[in-house]
Design a protein around this ligand. Structure first.
Ligand code: HEC
Length: 108
């Protein structure tokens, strides 16, 4: 009896988690969420992706190019990279796609 009740709660909790997870993925490109994610890039690339200097400018570049660079960093496929593999490793592929999309839309 007690166990049955508990497992019902567990199911409820699991489906709530699923719904929340789905909502999160959908909100990824939502302006506040992407600003939070992209804040981690601002130290080096500047708040608008235009820092320049030793760090490559990422603003206004095609989203597909940025995304494949980020995925290559994450998978350790860019032998010249220094810090980016460690950064890219911390994000899901969907988050990297959303970041690529975000920076592609910023002006140079
Ligand atoms: C600690 C400084 C630092 C942070 C933080 C950082 N980057 Fe980078 N980024 C670099 C450097 C340096 C490079 C050149 C590649 C390398 O040495 O790893 C680079 C390269 C890139 C490139 C490839 C650009 C090109 O033309 O080669 C992209 C895209 C990129 N970063 C996106 C991001 C995103 C998105 C974030 C936030 C999730 C981020 N970076 C956070 C320093 C940083």
């Amino acid at each position: 009896m007690k166990i049955k009740k508990l497992s019902r709660y567990w199911l409820l909790a699991a489906s709530a988690g699923f719904i929340l997870g789905t909502a999160q993925a959908e909100n990824l490109s939502d302006s506040l969420q992407i600003k939070v994610l992209s804040a981690a890039c601002a130290n080096c690339h500047g708040t608008d992706g235009n820092q320049g200097g030793a760090v490559p400018v990422i603003a206004g570049r095609p989203a597909g190019v940025l995304e494949s660079q980020l995925l290559a960093f994450k998978r350790g496929e860019d032998p010249k990279a220094t810090v980016m593999p460690r950064h890219a490793a911390g994000y899901t592929d969907d988050e990297l796609a959303a970041l690529a999309n975000y920076f592609s839309k910023l002006g140079r």
